[in-house]
Design a protein around this ligand. Structure first.
Ligand code: AMP
Ligand code: ZN
Length: 133
């Protein structure tokens, strides 16, 4: 993927503030952080989104997210932690190279990873069970 900025960052062609690196991933500080310490896990191989990611790499990314959450929570003294991963424009994805957001949370930080709860009706529940089970 010649034009993919996260490919270039992940593989060291464009410099970025790296807080962790191994053979398969680079973790960098987000340039537009939601909170202090907001970071991104980038795989070094290109996949646009979770649908394109090999299963094994998704598993490794999640294990890395846990490791980083523990490490960052200790280092930053945050009060909570969001792991967020967007797929597709409709879901808020703006860079089309798979990434996981690591967002340290602090009491009353004002950052938002939330939604207004709707209501699961009997009809919708049955329809969804039929489609998804
Ligand atoms: P998403 O909306 O899930 O696609 O997230 C893209 C994220 O990448 C945003 O939080 C941006 O602030 C961040 N971002 C975009 N370009 C860069 C860059 N060159 N270095 C670091 N973070 C970036
Ligand atoms: Zn890429």
């Amino acid at each position: 993927m010649g034009d993919c900025i996260f490919c270039k960052i992940a593989n060291g062609e464009i410099p970025a503030a790296t807080i962790y690196e191994d053979e398969e991933f680079r973790v960098i500080l987000d340039l537009g952080p939601a909170t202090r310490g907001h970071a991104l896990i980038l795989p070094k191989t290109h996949a646009a989104n979770i649908y394109e990611m090999p299963d094994e790499l998704v598993g490794k990314a999640m294990i890395l997210a846990k490791k980083m959450a523990v490490r960052m929570t200790q280092a930053l003294g945050c009060d909570g932690f969001n792991v967020v991963q967007n797929n597709g424009e409709a879901a808020g994805q703006t860079v089309f190279h798979f990434h996981m957001h690591l967002i340290p949370r602090y009491e009353k930080d004002g950052a938002m990873v939330s939604w207004k709860p709707g209501k699961l009706t009997d009809e919708t529940r049955e329809e969804l069970l039929e489609k998804l089970k």
